[in-house]
Design a protein around this ligand. Structure first.
Ligand SMILES: [Zn+2]
Length: 486
């Protein structure tokens, strides 16, 4: 925790998140909305902004937007309106962006965060739909800039939070949770580095205990959760320093510069009236029928928060464990399949959050962790853990077998047999190992008998090492106590 959070100032953070919807085509034309094509391959007169063309609303985009609204607990508005937001950029050939302004399609909603085992709700102001702009390319030629309009017209949802976020860590947790939800629904791929989720954070500070909002700066250009956390942290500290020095905060837009770890002023903030929003004359008001809302509601999967609560309830997991295991739908499915294969929810949770996630991260290498590619089938994890619970192998040996199983398709029981890894509980063998350790360390035995009880752990460790992890630790403990008692 930085000293500012403990000091006089309280951070007030609101986040606007742009979520690119995974539709096949764009919001107002039939062009492909997919990422990675040759520049301007996916364009037509509508998304190039040619005069005289007419936009047609993409029904799939509306349905996805309704899914997001319902999943986030927002209220879908029966009628909303498309507006023109006027500004001129080279990557926006119409010189306006079609967005929703005073009548968005969704009001309210919330995002639930679990931090340090505590639940907290961040209220949403609104969600609206809008089209994306194109992209200017400045570094391809020394004398010219290019423009790529593939992204122009791609459907976005803008999810706007109330200024209820209080720290940099909470900002990142908020973004993570939003990504979990949109991926869970399958309506956005959530790839921040490809720009399919982007956010702007409005950061201001106020004296702790007051309710008035301070002057805010808007921070843009953050393309990872880590960037969000670092940028917001930097901004909180920058503003606290200025305020502590008796200076004023300028209302402005600032860009996050990840290379230097600083935010930089980009432009003073424009106000909504500068955009001269007005209803788009080419588009009728958007009417979302109750039937559509009810159909989408009926088809929603069990959502992350509900599933997290169920995990706590049915499997007796901590809030933290349940939160980790519901970080993605695939991971939650994996966990439940493993529990179905071996009914010990707590043991399975520990293994999934430990070795399974480690192996999944290692398999991803430098890339992003992909929970749909967990390198060990849940049934095989269940079979391995059954061997631990019936005493065939120790937890330590199970880790060795687990690593073998990543590259070996044999049953865990066969791997144990083949490599002679079975746990030894036979007292004759255990006593032989114990005798070797005890006889080899008379000075330690003397210390132990003289009152250094903690040495028992050291003896257990030596025997386990001698047995290459195969000795049954419970039995070793029991037999060692007897033997050392003299
Ligand atoms: Zn088009």
């Amino acid at each position: 925790m930085s000293h500012y959070e403990q000091g006089d100032w309280e951070a007030v953070i609101g986040i606007e998140t742009h979520v690119q919807m995974l539709t096949r085509s764009k919001l107002f034309c039939g062009c492909s909305a997919s990422f990675g094509a040759q520049p301007n391959e996916h364009t037509c007169p509508v998304c190039q902004g040619m005069p005289g063309v007419l936009p047609v609303v993409n029904a799939q985009a509306v349905e996805y937007a309704v899914m997001a609204a319902l999943a986030l607990g927002g209220e879908v508005q029966p009628t909303s309106r498309w507006a023109r937001k006027n500004y001129f950029y080279p990557d926006l050939p119409k010189a306006y962006q079609v967005s929703q302004y005073e009548l968005p399609y969704c009001l309210g909603g919330q995002v639930t965060l679990v931090t340090d085992g505590e639940e907290r709700n961040i209220t949403l102001t609104r969600i609206h739909m809008e089209e994306d702009a194109g992209k200017s390319i400045h570094d391809a030629h020394s004398d010219f800039s290019y423009v790529d309009l593939n992204r122009a017209g791609v459907p976005l949802m803008e999810i706007v939070s109330e200024p209820e976020i209080r720290s940099a860590a909470e900002s990142a947790a908020y973004m993570r949770k939003l990504r979990t939800v949109v991926r869970w629904l399958g309506i956005c791929d959530g790839n921040m580095n490809e720009g399919s989720m982007r956010c702007d954070a409005n950061v201001s500070l106020r004296k702790r205990g007051t309710s008035e909002l301070g002057t805010r700066a808007e921070v843009k250009n953050m393309n990872s959760f880590r960037a969000v956390e670092r940028a917001v942290n930097y901004e909180i500290e920058r503003q606290a320093e200025l305020l502590n020095a008796g200076e004023e905060i300028t209302q402005e837009t600032r860009l996050w510069d990840a290379d230097h770890g600083v935010t930089r002023s980009m432009r003073s903030k424009e106000e909504a009236h500068d955009y001269r929003y007005f209803p788009c004359p080419d588009l009728l008001p958007l009417v979302i029928a109750d039937e559509l809302v009810e159909r989408v509601r009926a088809a929603l999967p069990e959502l992350p928060d509900t599933r997290r609560a169920r995990f706590v309830e049915s499997y007796d997991l901590s809030a933290y464990d349940a939160e980790v295991l519901t970080a993605s739908r695939e991971l939650a499915d994996y966990y439940e399949a493993a529990v179905a294969a071996h009914d010990n929810p707590k043991l399975v949770a520990n293994w999934v959050m430990g070795d399974v996630l480690r192996a999944t991260r290692e398999a991803a290498g430098e890339g992003e962790v992909d929970y749909s590619r967990i390198p060990l089938a849940p049934e095989r994890l269940g079979a391995l853990l059954a061997l631990v619970d019936d005493g065939s192998i120790s937890g330590k040996i199970a880790k060795t077998v687990f690593d073998r199983m990543l590259t070996d398709s044999d049953d865990p029981a066969d791997i144990v047999k083949r490599e002679g890894l079975a746990q030894v509980s036979d007292s004759g063998q255990l006593e032989a190992w114990i005798a070797e350790v005890v006889d080899g360390n008379p000075d330690k035995v003397e210390d132990y008998r003289g009152g250094r009880d903690k040495l028992l752990g050291w003896f257990v460790g030596q025997v386990m090492q001698l047995s290459r992890g195969q000795a049954n630790p419970g039995e070793v403990n029991r037999l060692l106590r007897e033997r050392l008692a003299g």
